[in-house]
Design a protein around this ligand. Structure first.
Ligand code: EPU
Length: 420
């Protein structure tokens, strides 16, 4: 397993270009299954997760070409059941269910397991499919969904922690080809859901209200091929913003969207990191000494859970007490014990982490546990004195395109150590 070797203490300077959004690309890739005509999707990040989704599309019968960030998918004839292990290994692949059900009225996929950040149930996805008329059976590790007829309905999709992003995407994709009108209440408002709806509408769907908690989908008989460019990755953008603040550097961010990151920019400002617009770019630098802040993760447009770990690394450097409360995933604090190895003083109290910041960080070997935890460890390593080895960076490769290359261009001393 590859690792990153980081020699910390170098402020990051220069320009970085943001890649396409992983979490927008995955459901959009799945949506190409809704038509028998070719689709072209641009700015698809080259990641192990998107490569994995290519494999899933191919296993269902689609012809796929993925070159220089452009993906061409032709799902002329597809089957309704996916290979057990392919789906089980990547949670995001659950979003093939909606398109399969919409187009074939039948979907059979393996039940995704929990993961390191929490239980991750899919009850709301299934509730949505049932509301459209699907019969669901769970048997031998598979979810079987079949529908003689998919009919529009009004449904409430809110759960314990609020709306569901992929659940909203899944139901929206199935409902696009249902008979009649579907109204999703408590729909996820994330920009990735809006991007998917824009792609579906370009394919001939009739979806209104995206970006708000009420989405109205008027079913159509057939969808056609379309071209689309994926939105920039707001989590990658936020990660580089936090890295600029943590290393006391100055980064120009190209291709990111400030309007998708209002909560993050607001908290960074409170913590002493400024984000200024400069034409289409953003310039991120410290505006003074780092200050402690309290952060609560929430559904969009609140502070994203996917930036919680990275923010913790920054706040470990701010003198004073910060409290981070995680409201989306119950056990998304695996990075805490690893940050402690670098000298961070953090205690967990229920859903909150209490960060007694300002202690100097010093390099150590650490272990990445999930995608965003890995990013947090890289940021902490960049800010720490001495050498940090971040092991198991395959987690990072799932969701950050060439992170080491991009960081080196910003002056970071970071090397990928390949395991022979
Ligand atoms: N939930 C349920 N029932 C469901 C679905 C979700 O109770 O049927 C709960 C979850 O347990 C969680 C909350 O609802 O407490 C929100 O989960 P959501 O369904 O929104 O998460 P997701 O759609 O599975 C996506 C991203 C995650 C991101 C979350 C929240 C993709 C591929 N994944 O997951 O991204 O953290 O939304 O914004 O889009 C990441 O990129 O590192 C990542 C984990």
């Amino acid at each position: 397993m590859d690792s990153f070797l980081i020699k910390g203490g170098v402020p990051l300077h220069g320009e970085v270009t943001i890649s396409g959004s992983k979490n927008a690309a995955l459901p959009i890739m799945a949506a190409t299954l809704l038509t028998d005509e070719p689709c072209i999707v641009r700015r698809v990040p080259d990641l192990s997760d998107t490569r994995f989704m290519v494999k899933i599309l191919e296993s269902l019968g689609a012809t796929v070409k993925f070159e220089n960030g452009t993906l061409t998918v032709h799902a002329k004839k597809i089957k309704g059941y996916a290979d057990y292990d392919l789906v089980r290994k990547m949670r995001g692949s659950i979003c093939i269910m909606g398109p399969l059900l919409g187009r074939l009225r039948q979907a059979r996929v393996s039940l995704p397991g929990g993961c390191i950040i929490g239980a991750r149930p899919i009850n709301l996805h299934l509730k949505g499919f049932e509301a459209l008329g699907a019969k669901i059976k769970i048997e031998s590790g598979y979810i079987d969904a079949t529908a003689k007829k998919l009919a529009g309905n009004s449904l409430f999709l809110g759960g314990r922690a609020g709306p569901t992003v992929l659940g909203t995407a899944n139901v929206m994709m199935a409902a696009a080809l249902a008979d009649g009108v579907t109204i999703i209440e408590s729909a996820a408002c994330e920009p990735e859901v809006v991007d998917l709806a824009n792609f579906l509408n370009a394919m001939g769907a009739n979806i209104a209200g995206v970006g708000s908690p009420t989405i109205t989908i008027t079913g159509v008989k057939k969808l056609h091929g379309a071209e689309h460019e994926v939105i920039p990755d707001r989590i990658e953008t936020a990660t580089f913003m936090v890295a600029a603040g943590a290393t006391n550097g100055e980064i120009t961010i190209k291709g990111g969207r400030a309007d998708h990151l209002r909560a993050v920019i607001d908290k960074l400002k409170e913590a002493g990191v400024s984000v200024e617009r400069s034409g289409a770019n953003m310039i991120v630098r410290r505006s003074g000494t780092l200050k402690p802040v309290d952060v609560t993760t929430l559904p969009y447009s609140g502070f994203p859970t996917d930036v919680q770990a990275q923010m913790m690394s920054l706040l470990a450097l701010a003198k004073g007490i910060s409290i981070i409360t995680e409201r989306i995933f119950e056990s998304r604090f695996m990075h805490v014990s690893e940050l402690a190895r670098l000298g961070a003083d953090i205690e967990i109290e229920g859903p909150s982490a209490i960060i007694k910041g300002g202690k100097p960080l010093s390099g150590a070997p650490v272990m990445a546990s999930d995608l965003r935890a890995s990013a947090a460890l890289v940021i902490a390593g960049l800010a720490a004195k001495g050498s940090t080895q971040v092991n198991r960076i395959y987690h990072l490769d799932r969701g950050y395109e060439q992170m080491d290359v991009k960081l080196r261009k910003l002056g970071a001393r970071i090397q990928r150590v390949e395991e022979k």
